[in-house]
Design a protein around this ligand. Structure first.
Ligand SMILES: Cc1cc2nc3c(=O)[nH]c(=O)nc-3n(C[C@H](O)[C@H](O)[C@H](O)COP(=O)(O)O)c2cc1C
Length: 335
């Protein structure tokens, strides 16, 4: 038998803490079926996944955040190191500053920290329209090459642009620009919102294209309409406050993409479920519920731990990864 030196202390803790540990039946997580008899404490190989031709040890995506400001390099380097250590993938924040000059290149240049893991550059749809107008769309290929990225994420954010005091306006429908880029450039593409989600017909239009992935960036977490309004005039804040409540959550969007897959042929087979994902339980639930190759993404969840020492981020990611393995061993989702 293994020696149990801590037994006396543990037994005392159990008596002292028993009353605090009572759970109310209403707080049970009704998304899952718990099956304690069917697995040991094993690490599940089934959590390995692919993004395009690249493999990931765990189906976790670091959603696009930052670059172009002083805190960004530390944050991005920490995130990239965690991706390498735990086998995750990462989207960079908007690389718009790099279209103007290389002054902020160090904020984004994390290939040496992330190793072979998926790394995607990021640009807004407004900049794509502008690059087409200037006849400079090839700059995107150069950007991806300069960052040694595996492809490009396009963020489509009309409401954020509308709320942002210095926001851009674009004239073309984003779907037309995305189709044009697919024709004109040989770049693996991911398309995302920024925290408002999108409706079924936008999802359908994207899934019909040969994209690497559609990233939900659903409503329910960080919301950039709300964030931009916090930066706007008092009058604008009052007039547009309810805009943050528009859009779609991850649950609704996942039902839609599953329906679309039943209704028609899709060319994009990967979904990044993101926007308001709080932890591994949310992530696991959506991965299991999806009929696509699926990873889940978090932005603010990682940001909280990425601004200081790598150790803080390391222990956060480790706990999320362990939680995922626990879920894979003992949880099934309710049909
Ligand atoms: C600080 C911060 C900066 C962000 N910057 C970008 C960006 O440059 N490009 C982009 O596509 N999304 C950006 N996002 C949006 C995230 O990628 C993500 O879609 C959104 O925050 C919802 O995820 P969350 O609820 O896990 O935070 C940013 C998010 C945060 C928190």
């Amino acid at each position: 038998m293994k020696k149990d030196d801590s037994s006396e202390d543990r037994k005392k803790d159990h008596i002292d803490l028993a009353f605090q540990s009572a759970i109310h039946i209403d707080s049970l997580d009704s998304r899952f079926i718990y099956e304690p008899l069917l697995s040991g404490h094993t690490k599940s190989a089934s959590l390995k996944c692919n993004l395009a031709s690249q493999s990931m040890e765990h189906p976790i995506w670091v959603s696009s955040m930052t670059g172009g400001t002083d805190k960004a390099a530390t944050i991005n380097i920490n995130l990239a190191k965690a991706c390498q250590e735990f086998g995750l993938g990462m989207g960079l924040g908007s690389c718009r500053p790099l279209l103007e000059s290389d002054t902020r290149l160090d904020d984004f240049a994390v290939r040496k920290y992330i190793g072979e893991q998926p790394l995607y550059a990021n640009i807004g749809i407004a900049q794509i329209e502008e690059l087409y107008q200037l006849g400079k769309i090839q700059l995107l290929t150069e950007l991806v090459k300069k960052l040694e990225a595996n492809g490009l994420i396009i963020h489509v954010n009309p409401l954020q642009e509308w709320m942002q005091p210095e926001g851009d306006r674009y004239a073309s429908a984003p779907i037309d620009l995305i189709k044009k880029i697919l024709d004109d450039l040989d770049l693996p593409l991911i398309v995302k919102e920024v925290g408002q989600g999108m409706g079924k017909e936008s999802l359908r239009a994207l899934l019909e294209l040969p994209l690497v992935a559609v990233d939900f960036a659903a409503n329910g977490g960080t919301n950039f309409s709300k964030l931009e309004l916090l930066r706007a005039s008092e009058e604008k804040k009052m007039s547009f406050a309810k805009v943050a409540n528009l859009g779609h959550g991850a649950e609704e969007m996942l039902c839609w993409v599953n329906e679309i897959k039943e209704e028609q042929k899709v060319l994009c087979d990967t979904i990044i479920v993101s926007g308001g994902i709080k932890d591994f339980l949310d992530g696991y639930y959506f991965i299991k519920k999806s009929n696509f190759n699926t990873v889940y993404g978090q932005a603010s969840g990682f940001l909280k731990h990425a601004m200081g020492s790598y150790e803080d981020l390391h222990s956060y990611v480790q706990s999320q990864v362990e939680g995922l393995h626990m879920a894979a061993a003992f949880l099934k989702i309710k049909a």
